[in-house]
Design a protein around this ligand. Sequence first.
Ligand code: NDP
Length: 241
Amino acid sequence: MDFRGKTVIVTGAGKGIGREIVRMLVERGAQVVALTRSAADVEALRGEFGCRAIQVDLADADATREAVIAALPADFLINCAGTTELQPFLETTVEAFDRLVAVNTRAPMIVAQEYARSLIKEGRPGAIVNVSSVASFVGIPDHAAYCASKGGLDGLTRVMAKELAPHGIRANGVHPTVTLTPMAVKAWSDPEKAAGMMKRIPVGRFAEPADIAEVVLFLLSDQAAMVNGISMPVDGGYMIA
Ligand code: NDP
């Protein structure tokens, strides 16, 4: 996959899957505009990959809109930023629920709106990949707000796929299983819980960030020109187990 001459916006580019996506895109010739939160990551992205990096808290709707407008124009968009907080359903707080929906669901909508508006105005095609999770398909204990936020993101992906395709813009979702990143440390550091999850993955391992990044880049690329509106698990077979 050749991304020479293409500009790609990547949210959540500072760590984990997003950072690996940036590395792969730059390796394949893309110009990346990274949107992420921590100042140290912004500096590291600029230094290591020579990309444009914009610091933003995606939980802030106005700041998110401002950041994406500053990032435009772009050929492609990857909504990768995500966050989680573990709480049993009965103890899920309104505050945590709102925080997760703001970052995992509302921010991808705002970013995609501005990205798509700019392409439509210029009459150019594009593609969006939203990084969801297997948690949008199944109920994972202690992940009520996270599962709900990713389910909401899937709904957005499907509507984008229908409404934007006539403008030449595709939208797809990628659904990783547990992937070895800082987020996985937060969610899966209990060895008993991790072992239970691992048992349900037929390939017998958790994902590496590169496993996810390859699929994201494929769905973004012209090789996937006829793929629109899908929710693709990247889960080693977890969903069929
Ligand atoms: P990480 O926590 O490792 O990295 C997430 C990145 O998103 C960080 O750079 C983080 O910045 C950024 N981010 C989070 N919140 C905000 C915010 N409010 N504003 C701006 N940037 C923000 O996560 P992963 O790489 O593991 O996850 C990437 C995506 O994959 C997420 O959408 C996640 O839900 C999904 N996913 C991950 C799985 C896993 O097991 N790892 C499994 C399934 C799906 P900072 O650190 O500065 O806050």
